[in-house]
Design a protein around this ligand. Structure first.
Ligand SMILES: Cc1ncc(COP(=O)(O)O)c(C=O)c1O
Length: 359
């Protein structure tokens, strides 16, 4: 598909941009351009455009505003040692996007079109790459039902867009351990629901439990399963790994209620290559507490695109609190983090073919 290029009439002045990319924080600063592709029942995907980033005009009856037919992805372009830019496993984001689309009764986007859209945007906005150490260009592909119609059925028109946001290092200094609140009042996803899909409603539903975590002085919320209310699932935006003293590492299995993280999948491979025994197995909150108390559990790691690999230092909840290991980053967490970040930034050999150069 050919992309129409619409020149930007008034890009952000260079001095303002330089200031913005020096300390961008997360998700607050946006680049000059966006990609837009439309879908309609008769025409399929059409009107691919790379143009100025601008507000959208939506009919008040636009289906997404009423029934939340929406999906998204989160990925980053990374600066390589030679100054070029690269994506990390973008085909995985494209495939997950389509699994989300299927679940939400939306049209799938061809994988190569998804990647080309991201490529076009990074090409146009490479001057927005942050200058801060550890920064990246965060990319947000998303799709929503754009038809003006109030009946409850899959829409007949959709918009796919990609926007970009320069982001700083998730943590300003080093890698502090996060504290986790165990949600007993709320669950995130039930069997047969939308837990595995990256759809906005899952995140809307996580805001109140996240606020509960914050009220209790915790950084993040951990969700338990909706049926037995004892199996650990994931955090609001990160997957979990538990490292044991016998050289095994446990991570909750993909049963349809958690998001299949691309960082999770990458870590599974790296952990196995370390010669450790990786088990995708249910792990209960009671076992977590018991293993932390006996010292069987050495480390707990949270992982995702935003914070890469982060140690969990303390767990708090209605049933009391417990510390994990030393309360700070353990050996395996540090090793895996350095390896993964090294691969993403081109400092460690990419033996898996995970890095896609954009230059
Ligand atoms: C609910 C949830 N779990 C896990 C993840 C981690 O996924 P990934 O490693 O693909 O960023 C994310 C972030 O996208 C998420 O939103």
């Amino acid at each position: 598909m050919q992309f129409d290029h619409i020149p930007h009439p008034a890009p952000v002045p260079s001095a303002t941009r330089q200031q913005a990319i020096a300390d961008p924080g997360f998700g607050k600063v946006f680049s000059d351009h966006m990609v837009s592709i439309d879908w309609s029942e008769g025409e399929g995907w059409h009107s691919a455009t790379l143009g100025p980033r601008e507000p959208l005009t939506l009919d008040p009856a636009c289906a997404v505003l009423h029934y939340a037919q929406e999906i998204f992805e989160g990925m980053k372009a990374y600066r390589q040692q030679d100054g070029s830019l690269a994506l990390f496993r973008p085909e995985q984001n494209a495939q997950r996007f389509n699994r989300s689309a299927q679940r939400m009764a939306m049209p799938e986007l061809p994988e190569d079109l998804f990647i080309e859209a991201v490529r076009q945007l990074v090409g146009a906005d490479r001057d927005w790459f942050p200058t801060v150490e550890g920064g990246a260009l965060y990319l947000r592909p998303f799709m929503f039902a754009s038809e003006a119609f109030l009946g409850v059925r899959p829409a007949k028109q959709y918009k796919f867009l990609v926007i970009a946001s320069p982001v700083g290092n998730y943590f300003k200094s080093g890698v502090p351990a996060v504290s986790i609140w165990v949600s007993r009042n709320f669950t995130r996803a039930a069997p047969g629901g939308t837990g595995f899909a990256k759809t906005g409603g899952n995140y809307a539903a996580s805001l109140v439990p996240q606020a509960e975590a914050t009220e209790h002085g915790c950084d993040q919320v951990v969700f338990l399963d909706a049926v037995d209310k004892k199996w650990i699932e994931e955090l609001g935006g990160m997957n979990l790994f538990f490292a044991m003293d016998d050289g095994s590492v446990v991570t909750p299995p993909l049963t349809g209620t958690i998001l299949p993280g691309i960082t999770r999948d990458s870590l599974i491979q790296l952990i196995r290559e370390e010669g450790l025994k990786l088990r995708e197995e249910p792990y209960s909150i009671d076992q977590w507490r018991a293993d932390a108390a006996t010292g069987k559990l050495l480390e707990t790691m949270a992982c995702g695109t935003a914070a890469v690999v982060t140690p969990v230092g303390r767990v708090d909840g209605p049933d009391g609190s417990f510390e994990i290991g030393s309360g700070g980053p353990g050996q395996l967490t540090t090793k895996l983090r350095e390896k993964l970040v090294g691969i993403q930034q081109g400092r460690v050999a990419d033996t898996h073919g995970w890095v896609m150069s954009l230059d």
